[in-house]
Design a protein around this ligand. Structure first.
Ligand SMILES: Nc1ncnc2c1ncn2[C@@H]1O[C@H](COP(=O)(O)OP(=O)(O)OP(=O)(O)O)[C@@H](O)[C@H]1O
Length: 675
């Protein structure tokens, strides 16, 4: 049948459907899907003479939708443009439409049928089955395939001379996101069948191709946009990484499997003495020593944390090295990221954690006497020199405080490491001072341990009671002082160390040299700069000054009112010999504060030993004189606190800073009766 005849048949059937209610499904000329749609449209009460679409989106809704669909609209526009240029079809009353999945008109071009009142925009009208009945784009949406309708196949008479072709635009998920429509509005019914058939088949093919084009371009645009976003994110991540690496104060180096440096941060460049960013043809192997395990570990694909020295400009520096191997997707070793932290820094951290810091400065040292001020002036002067310093003074004269003050004046940022040579068992002094290599003796820590000398690198090593250092170790210490390098017990390599020794003694070292108990050469090494700390009995009015200072300090700690020292107590204190020096004075005033009944410390509040003590006398350095034993001081202190707390064990233990069970044990030990 000729198309023109079919056209007329459809027209007839439609007339019968509208006028006589004849079922269009019985006509062999009408596509059953079209017939179903007519029936549905009629059932919805749509007038076949509808010419205007009144339903449209509110302006805000439309604005939102256009914004949301801007990519689709952009792409469709570009496709429209291309078609317009290629084909001159618009001369023959063609129009192109783009609908969203709800039938909202998003875009239109060409010779349109006006379906809205004059001057109103077509964009935003809701053109669906409910508003206009059977249309090509509606069927295409329902059937999910391209659809072509001849004029009378449309439900509304308005389209009686329109031939419409529609094709769905489907996204990656298989959802219809839009419909593309190409419609030709003829002036009259088609006359020349050949021309008509040609045009019609051309239109369906074209709109299907256009929809496919939009689909592809959308996909491309989306992946391009995604790529852009990913690129932006990568750029951002790259930038953040660069900034992070630049501010990290540890060396971060990326190397390939041959050791070639691929990337290094600022700190790393400084550590390796490289000019910033100049890593071309530089290899980490250049900096490794002959026994280095670094490259072997990386080749084995092992993440490891090791301590090794790197050699930069002939100077060996010790580093804690964290190795993190980078594997390729096939599991091969591609290279590694290594983190370098100078061992010195780690040691400083360990020191600050373990309390190896100096709290006192010269300003914190109390004393106005001429003798004391002379020692302070010397200390300040010597502090700025790198030479070792020997502090000579009786026990309790403040030698450790002085050492801390010297350290804080000279190297406040370095570690202050104190070793009491008298307090350590002879066998342990060596490993304590020099450290040991892993597994060098039973019970040694796996990775070995740095000695106090290594820990003092960049700071001060305070050797208290140096006179008690065993003779054989004196020789080793002397060598370390001369060579400034140290070897751990069980180790094979020397490490460079830079530290200053402040040694202290209350013994007559010269006498010890005569008795062959102290090495003369070590003495001369240590005593280049010596300071004699005056005994308290030689420090004029410092007894009262220090006494008041300790009373205030103690009362502030206990949150008690601060008592004054009465004349009677003051007299006794200045007459007393103070063999235990400042430490003994501090203990005595603490006793007195605890004993005093009111706000004035009287003579009788002082410990008996001071009340009945020997008159002040000049004693040579090295003569310690009479001192309290620690036990006596402890017993006195416990008795005082019990008296003050009216035998309340909990409070007393609290004030003494010990546990209740320890207090009970001590009560038994010292035979103190709390009843
Ligand atoms: N000038 C001072 N100013 C303030 N406190 C001081 C002063 N001198 C000493 N002390 C105090 O006296 C006590 C003993 O000081 P330090 O331990 O430094 O003495 P020392 O000479 O090293 O003693 P030892 O030889 O027994 O180790 C500490 O509690 C310290 O706080």
């Amino acid at each position: 049948m000729k198309l023109k005849d079919r056209w007329l048949e459809i027209q007839q059937s439609k007339l019968k459907f509208f006028k006589d209610n004849e079922d269009p499904r019985s006509s062999i000329h009408i596509n059953p899907e079209v017939a179903e749609s007519w029936i549905k449209s009629q059932a919805m009460g749509i007038s076949p003479y509808t010419e205007i679409i009144a339903e449209r989106l509110e302006p805000e809704q439309l604005e939102k939708l256009l914004k949301k669909e801007h990519l689709l609209i952009d792409v469709a526009k570009s496709v429209f443009e291309a078609v317009k240029l290629k084909d001159l079809m618009f001369a023959s009353r063609y129009a192109i439409y783009l609908f969203d999945e709800n039938g909202v008109l998003l875009l239109n071009e060409g010779d349109l049928l006006r379906l809205v009142p004059e001057r109103n925009s077509m964009t935003g009208i809701v053109w669906n089955e409910k508003t206009m009945g059977t249309c090509a784009h509606i069927l295409s949406m329902q059937l999910r395939r391209p659809v072509q309708l001849l004029g009378p196949e449309h439900y509304c008479v308005t389209f009686k001379n329109s031939n419409t072709s529609a094709a769905p635009i489907i996204d990656d998920n298989g959802d219809i996101i839009a419909i593309m429509v190409l419609s030709q509005h003829l002036m009259n019914e088609p006359l020349d069948d050949d021309v008509f058939v040609n045009l019609n088949s051309h239109a369906l093919g074209l709109v299907t191709a256009m929809a496919a084009d939009v689909e592809n371009k959308l996909k491309l645009r989306r992946s391009y946009d995604q790529l852009q976003i990913t690129n932006e994110r990568l750029k951002m991540a790259n930038y953040t990484l660069k900034v992070t690496l630049a501010v990290i104060d540890e060396g971060i180096i990326t190397i390939d499997s041959t050791g070639e440096i691929i990337h290094i941060n600022k700190e790393g460049s400084q550590m390796l003495g490289l000019e910033k960013g100049k890593t071309e043809n530089r290899n980490i192997r250049e900096f490794l020593n002959s026994q280095s395990r670094l490259m072997a570990l990386i080749a084995d694909g092992e993440n490891a944390d090791i301590e090794e020295s790197l050699c930069v400009c002939n100077i060996e520096q010790n580093y804690m090295i964290n190795i993190r191997v980078v594997n390729s997707t096939t599991g091969q070793v591609d290279g590694a990221v290594i983190k370098l932290v100078s061992a010195e820094k780690v040691n400083a951290m360990v020191n600050s954690r373990s309390g190896a810091i100096a709290n006192y400065s010269f300003d914190d040292l109390i004393g106005e006497s001429k003798e004391f001020k002379k020692a302070v002036a010397l200390g300040k002067r010597f502090a700025s020199s790198p030479e070792n310093i020997l502090l000579i003074g009786e026990s309790g004269t403040g030698k450790e405080l002085f050492a801390q003050a010297i350290h804080n004046k000279h190297r406040p940022n370095g570690p202050f490491v104190a070793v009491n040579c008298a307090a350590l068992p002879r066998e342990l002094i060596e490993s304590e001072l020099f450290g040991y290599e892993g597994g060098s003796f039973t019970g040694a820590e796996r990775g070995g341990r740095p000695g106090k000398i290594e820990l003092a690198h960049g700071g001060t090593l305070f050797l208290d009671e140096i006179g008690d250092m065993p003779l054989e170790l004196q020789a080793v210490l002397l060598r370390v002082l001369e060579d400034k390098q140290v070897m751990r017990v069980g180790g094979r390599r020397y490490k460079r160390v830079d530290f200053r020794v402040v040694a202290a003694t209350n013994k007559d070292l010269y006498q010890m040299i005569r008795e062959k108990l102290f090495r003369e050469d070590l003495y001369f090494r240590l005593s280049v700069l010596s300071i004699n700390l005056p005994s308290l009995r030689l420090r004029e009015n410092d007894v009262t000054l220090l006494g008041q200072y300790f009373i205030k300090k103690y009362c502030e700690k206990m949150v008690w009112e601060v008592p004054t020292i009465g004349p009677s107590a003051r007299n006794i204190m200045s007459e007393y010999n103070w063999p235990g020096n400042v430490r003994q004075l501090e203990n005595a005033v603490v006793y007195a504060v605890n004993t005093a009944q009111n706000q004035i410390i009287e003579a009788e509040d002082l410990p008996a030993i001071i009340l009945n003590g020997e008159p002040a006398q000049t004693a040579a350095v090295g003569n310690i004189g009479e001192v309290y034993t620690i036990e006596i001081l402890e017993k006195i202190s416990i008795e005082n606190v019990l008296y003050k707390t009216k035998n309340n064990i909990t409070k007393a233990a609290d004030l003494l800073g010990i546990g209740k069970s320890t207090l009970y044990r001590k009560l038994k030990e010292y035979n103190i009766n709390v009843d």
